[in-house]
Design a protein around this ligand. Sequence first.
Ligand code: G3P
Length: 219
Amino acid sequence: MKFFIDTANLEQIKEANDLGILDGVTTNPSLMAKEGISGKENIMNHYKTICEIVDGGDVSAEVISTDFEGMIREGEELAALHEQIVVKIPAIKDGIKAIKYLSSKGIKTNCTLIFNVGQALLAAKAGATYVSPFVGRLDDISSDGLQLIQDIVHVFNYYGYDTQVLAASIRHTMHIVECMRIGADVVTAPLNAIMGLMKHPLTDIGLQKFLDDYHKLNK
Ligand code: G3P
């Protein structure tokens, strides 16, 4: 399973990358705004910097147009910025058309704001590299986000689609663990949820005992 970090914060991206386990980064306009990044030039430079930190990893950069022409214009500009850029496009009618167009040009795409299996299937048929079902936002409205991941994984496997299921809107460590269990191809998560995977009190207690025993005989 691939691990992406879901942030536009450069320090957090560096920290996850330094662990040696990072396969990519996902951003969205809200995450960029959270870092105070505005203006086309700054936004483009920020994406470039992220690509340079995560050498070889896929970096999702989202379009803000909602019409076909605007999305393909933005998508081509973003893709030309760096070879690691994946163009993130919303799961709306013109978005599906834009995914079809961009994928036929060999540009990688990530279909975002996926909340049902039908949207995921249309994106896969259009040739999306990734689909991003939002787990946490479904849980927030008393729906089962993880069930959606499981259903999309099942449908893609059944019909043999190459499109990868990228579980997004991950809120905590158990979301990641469950996504592994049900076979998501990628999880994009905040840094604290990724770091949570390492936590176990028996690891800390066991390590302390090993060190204490060593130091008893090695003053
Ligand atoms: O990048 C899209 C997604 O991961 C957003 O997550 O926490 O805003 O629902 P969240």
